[in-house]
Design a protein around this ligand. Sequence first.
Ligand code: F6P
Length: 545
Amino acid sequence: MADITESSEWSALAEHHPTLAGTHLRELFAGDPGRADRMAVSAGDLYLDYSKHRVTDETMRLLLALAVRAGLRERIDAMFAGEHINVSEDRAVLHTALRLPRDARLNVDGQDVGADVHAVLDKMADFSGRVRSGEWTGFTGKPIRTVVNIGIGGSDLGPAMAYEALSDYADAGISARFVSNIDPADLSGKLRDLDPEQTLFIVASKTFGTLETLTNAKVAREWLVAALGDDKAVSRHFVAVSTNAQRVADFGIDTDNMFGFWDWVGGRYSFDGAIGLSLMIAIGADRFREMLAGFHTMDEHFRTAPFEQNMPVLMGMLGIWYNDFFGAQTRAVLPYSQRLARFPAYLQQLTMESNGKSVRADGAPVVAQTGEIFWGEPGTNGQHAFYQLLHQGTRLVPADFIGFAEPFEDHTAGGAGMHDLLTANLLAQTSALAFGKTAEEIAAEGTPAAVVSHKVMPGNRPTNTILAPKLTPATLGQLVALYEHIVFVEGTIWGIDSFDQWGVELGKVMAMDLAPALTSPEPPADAPDPSTAALVRRYREWRGR
Ligand code: F6P
């Protein structure tokens, strides 16, 4: 595999960088009145303004040339065709197949993937319809009122984020809760006020071998059986989502009540399949399918749009620009939507588990900085917490602002609509970040000389602004697919396998090795290192062991 940093396209960007590094966005806008109209692109319902970036047309041309050099077009085709681009696990990467229309045909490794996907979706739709209508009852004949999804990582973050995002569409009087952590406080807190007779557990685990999920599921089962007094209650209150039917059966869940998926769906790419069952029960199959159509719209855009108009390509390459040429350490994601409160956490797994790699797909060490660090909070809360650093700190933090024109519901106070105020804040922040306020402007306001420098707003802080008409199932699908494909674009440039996650394995194994040392009466001699041994001793002492 060629080293991308040795390419002439990479060198051209490296040479071009100093010309931009010393240029302010104020100058770029002053010298280019058409910039805002030109540096914008639409995909489905999403509108992206990327004019507030430290780029010129020449920068974009060079970035897209790098994408071509890295073979992005061929890689996109390979992914959509089901080639085994997850090389370290020898698997196809086909989350895009989860949202194929019913009549689409895709044959992969001798299997009609589209037909398989729709068979599962139909089974989910049938089951969720029965739960929503009250036809599916608990053991004592009462309808289900709460669904508790037990899962972690991709088996939690996706459905939890999407359920909150689309909670305005939950129309059947059934709410969802999400238990993930092995901390007993998570499960107990979520079960505390629930009626076992009206609670349905979905045990969601791709592998059905994850410690946290199986432990929480066992404790939940004990809670249920203790309350309903009969083991037979389990089959009315537990269903599973997994790729592993044998383990589901071993756990004691009837595989008739199992919803499957396939090893070509990564956990962090899975909530638009069976892992989204809790969401489908809450919002209904029709809304869920609208979300899938939204995903598919963005997939088609990514697959077919020329790179100059391709939203994931443009955003991915801008990510490369800051990460690898400006040395930016992190990227903030700032949704101006309370409903997207969990979106940054969801993106953390999607992006960092995918691209946090230090070897390339061929096993050689990477040569460039990989893996953007994503973080964020909804606006306007973030403004009153960490935006100070974004505006006046010494670090460059590129940020994605996400907003919606229409709220689901609005209130007016003193003549001002709350949603308009929310949007005004989004727009004000991106403008202030880009253009700042000079010492002259501040002095002209009569600010005492000694305070002027404290009030200077340097500006020149780059942002994307993504706007959509409304947060609907379809726009959510488009938004998630957008970031999935950004991850793909960046991973392609870095030449890494964005679809494995070997780095999480060692800690899991060591935790299982360490667990006995915390409880055993023997001295904790087998701790892996002296520091850990001392901590084990301290823990045991405090627990009276
Ligand atoms: O520990 C990482 C991980 O494997 C994630 O990739 C995955 O989403 C999560 O654990 C949960 O895995 P599973 O769905 O198999 O329980």
